[in-house]
Design a protein around this ligand. Sequence first.
Ligand code: NAP
Length: 348
Amino acid sequence: MPEKVIIIGSGPAAWTAAIYAARANLKPLVLEGAITEENRLASTLPLGQLNLTTEVENFPGFPSGDMTAYLDSAIAPETRQMMAPHKKEGVSGPELMELMRQQAKNFGTRIITEDVLEVNFDVHPFQLAASDGKTYESLAVIVATGARANYLGLPSEEQFKNRGVSACAVCDGALPRFRNKPLVVIGGGDSAVEEADYLSKFGSITYLVHRRDQLRASKIMADRAKNNPKIKILWNRNLGEVLGNDKTGVTGARLTSTVGEPDLSVEATGVFLAIGHTPNTAFLKGKLELTDKKYIKWTTPARTYTSVEGVFAAGDVSDDYYRQAVTAAASGCMAALDAERWLAAKGE
Ligand code: NAP
């Protein structure tokens, strides 16, 4: 018997899709990805990008700090005593992912810790060949394999990841280690400018390091960087090495020149890479319509439909623009509802 719905992925989009599909009695099977050295090196281990971050302060419902104290002080005692007790302090990325995964399991989601290597969408039920050597069949498929931030591939980047090296200022920028300290952002697109602008609220000075003498960012964004007194743009430079030590993490960056100038070292407690993302769609090449940046194309506005009827896409794998946990979760919910309605219309 084929599955009713298989969900590929294990970030907020995948688990939200699983929660909704399970509650709709579709008995979803999640192929969450394999735990392999290859996936670790590519930053594509199960639980996705959030599992690689620390505190999450912008997911609604999880304020940072002592939630119990906050609820005790903010809610009238007669209402408070009716609420279930809660003993937690904010939430971290890995915690949030484990909680979502458990929530999906609680509703009966089955999980297989394997990669999908190949899909066949020319037949129905669809066929998914996995890394355990098995072929899984399903009437509907939700692809939520996410995207991964690009890094330059320097050993020093790897060494200091989560200790000052990050690819998400919005996720990590407000952490204490970055407060009132010099920071470095690498890149020249809208993301780099946005990240530098965001970080300038926390850091003492933010160096925006770009490999050319002109930003790729839109004019309005570029002007924002140029007019921000707390952003200093370093033109024609790239990251040569993240400087730091085991005790304190990142202490600075050695910047190479792209026009033959000598290297420049700057002090910094954070180095943020903003050189684009790569969607995890290699296994879908030629199987689903992708954008020119290799993201899955939504073929109908505000629907999670793809170029193959019965295959839906959610989260960062189909979004190169918002890329937030909460937007991914939202589109995971949409994909589950779209799949449920599509199956119902087929009489399944
Ligand atoms: P992007 O536009 O592709 O820019 C990537 C930047 O990283 C470019 O400046 C590029 O340099 C640089 N880069 C790439 N590889 C590099 C390397 N190996 N070494 C050094 N630098 C490297 O990506 P993005 O900024 O993430 O934006 C993605 C999309 O989202 C865009 O369409 C953007 O407009 C959109 N976005 C919009 C907003 C907004 O409107 N608020 C915010 C964020 C993103 P070169 O310029 O030399 O190629």
